[in-house]
Design a protein. Structure first.
Length: 272
């Protein structure tokens, strides 16, 4: 099974998709309990949601499920949100706080390291290669990290999640113009709710690669799944909903593409 795939484009925008994969090796799947086998925390249909929104975009997509190892967690195991409920590099529970492993079958430390080498590192090696390629070509690279999640998860957050959850780690991972372009589009999207740096401020990918002063800008978009699919098994894609959501995502990506090509980000990045 291929750990990741790359769709290479010649533009300045790179889409990261670390959580859309559903591949679980047989020997690992045998140790998951019934809850774990449900793969509930998948970013369902995320590749389809962004497909063909921008013709010159690069896409780096992991095919490995986050229960094997989470490609958007710090490989050193450091928590992204200290003091808040979250899941770990290799999750022990799902987003509802329920155990996903058969009792006694939780992965030990040496196995976590092995999985990191097999699945986490190759995805990020590929992502880094594409960002460096784009940066070399355009003098700037924009990483748009694509995520989605169920709208109601009391273990992680209170109430119903807004549809658009933009994360820039409080403005540290990108130039102000990028944050403004995305949030402006989200906040003016009729019929959709949005928040900037709310519960999701950007995962490890966004925080690790976002270096505006070095020409790499990163932003995370966490979308509430109700906006494009059913939030219960069998996790059905809803074309009627997606058709209303996708134009706003296209606008975001187009604006970022145009910003990068205009040269405006080079000046802003130097000021960070």
């Amino acid at each position: 099974m291929q750990v990741f795939s790359v769709q290479r484009g010649d533009g300045p925008v790179v889409l990261g998709q670390p959580h859309g994969g559903t591949y679980v090796p047989d020997e690992i799947a045998a140790r998951l309990n019934e809850t774990g086998h449900g793969l509930t925390d998948t970013d369902w249909h995320i590749n389809r949601l962004y497909k063909r929104l921008l013709t010159n975009v690069t896409v780096v997509q992991s095919h490995v499920h986050r229960y094997v190892i989470d490609a958007n967690r710090d490989p050193a195991g450091v928590s992204l949100y200290p003091g808040q409920n979250t899941t770990t590099l290799v999750p022990l529970t799902d987003f509802d706080g329920l155990p996903i492993w058969i009792d006694g079958q939780e992965p030990p430390v040496d196995e976590v390291e092995d999985r990191r080498n097999k699945y986490h590192a190759p995805y990020h090696d590929a992502l880094r290669e594409e960002l460096d390629r784009v940066l070399s070509k355009h003098g700037v690279a924009v990483l748009f990290d694509c995520h989605s999640i169920r709208s109601l998860i009391p273990f992680l957050f209170n109430g119903e999640l807004p549809v658009f959850n933009t994360g820039t780690n409080d403005g540290q991972t990108c130039a102000p113009a990028i944050e403004q372009a995305v949030q402006d589009t989200a906040s003016h999207a009729e019929g959709f709710t949005s928040v900037l740096n709310g519960r999701f401020r950007g995962g490890w990918t966004t925080r690790h690669y976002g270096r505006p002063a070095e020409g790499i800008h990163a932003i995370q978009m966490e979308i509430a799944q109700r906006a494009y699919m059913d939030e219960s098994p069998p996790w059905k894609w809803r074309e009627d909903r997606a058709a209303k959501l996708r134009p706003h995502l296209r606008t975001m990506l187009t604006r970022l593409n145009d910003l990068a090509l205009s040269g405006a980000l080079t000046a802003q990045g130097a000021q960070k």
